[in-house]
Write a protein that binds this ligand. Structure first.
Ligand SMILES: Cc1cc2nc3c(=O)[nH]c(=O)nc-3n(C[C@H](O)[C@H](O)[C@H](O)COP(=O)(O)O)c2cc1C
Length: 257
């Protein structure tokens, strides 16, 4: 499906051509552009005018990028990207999910990636959504409570399997998994959470709905298979906990070049 790309970069997309040096310099200045507004950690930007696919206007976009760099200038890079429609990644996403893709979150200065093997792509409320299923005990759940935005990062081609081992086997509660897994964070387009160079196919999502799943409504067979109650939930591999479904509106999709 991706073979049909690259498409011409759409005119409404923000300008990626400007270098990291410019953004970093602005961050050093601490300069916010006139007329722009600071966005809270809750990811709320409902009061901001946005263009197609949620791209902010140039002034606001530059401001958001400056803020992002001021927090992460040592660890985030800028990359060119090929813009995609929300569902263009479906084939690659569903091929990759069984082995694991990344769900990346950010709260304050902390960025954390966890492996997910379950996920749904679809439409609800006339809105393209990716639904992630995160068990209650995960550190990622805490991150999403603080900042309800995430990126989904899908591998394309070969990648270091250590990434899956670290991000799927250890909790970010007591480890910097970005560093431990050797991930390179890439400046996002619309949300506050970065993309990941090593897993370049990206969905940027903003949570529009969350729902705790009701295990009593599940068939006994699936309940026993997926939620054995004899496993300690304090372990990283805890699987006693029910999942919370996070419905993320897909506000941007692209392939990092
Ligand atoms: C292949 C694979 C798929 C996984 N899928 C999910 C999933 O869909 N939902 C979930 O809650 N945990 C899943 N996990 C487990 C989490 O990735 C793991 O518990 C991780 O350490 C949680 O990180 P955190 O505590 O930093 O959030 C999966 C792990 C692997 C290896």
């Amino acid at each position: 499906m991706l073979a049909s790309y690259p498409r011409p970069f759409p005119a409404f997309c923000c300008r990626w051509g400007r270098g990291i040096a410019v953004a970093a310099a602005r961050a050093e200045e601490g300069g916010r552009q006139k007329g722009s507004r600071r966005r809270g950690e809750d990811g709320g930007r409902a009061d901001r005018p946005r263009g197609a696919l949620g791209c902010a206007g140039e002034t606001e976009y530059s401001d958001r990028r400056t803020q992002f760099f001021s927090q992460h200038r040592k660890m985030v890079i800028t990359m060119e990207r090929t813009k995609l429609a929300p569902f263009d990644c479906a084939k690659e996403l569903f091929a990759a999910l069984p082995k694991g893709v990344l769900l990346t979150t950010k709260a304050g200065d902390k960025v954390n990636s966890m492996v997910i093997g379950w996920g749904t792509l679809g439409i609800e409320w006339q809105t393209p959504v990716f639904i992630a299923f995160v068990r209650e005990h995960r550190y990622t759940r805490e991150m999403l409570d603080k900042n309800p935005e995430f990126t989904v990062n899908v591998p394309v081609g070969a990648y270091d399997k250590k990434i899956i081992g670290v991000c799927g086997g250890k909790s970010g509660r007591n480890l910097d998994k970005v560093q431990a897994a050797g991930l390179t964070l890439v400046e996002p387009e619309v949300v506050s959470v970065p993309a990941v160079r090593e897993f370049p196919l990206t969905l940027e999502c903003r949570v529009v709905y969350r729902q705790q799943q009701d295990l009593a409504a599940l068939t006994p067979k699936l309940k026993d298979a997926c939620y054995p109650q004899d496993v300690d939930s304090s372990n990283v591999g805890a699987n006693r906990d029910a999942h919370i479904a996070y419905y993320g509106e897909i506000v941007s999709a692209y392939l990092l070049k």
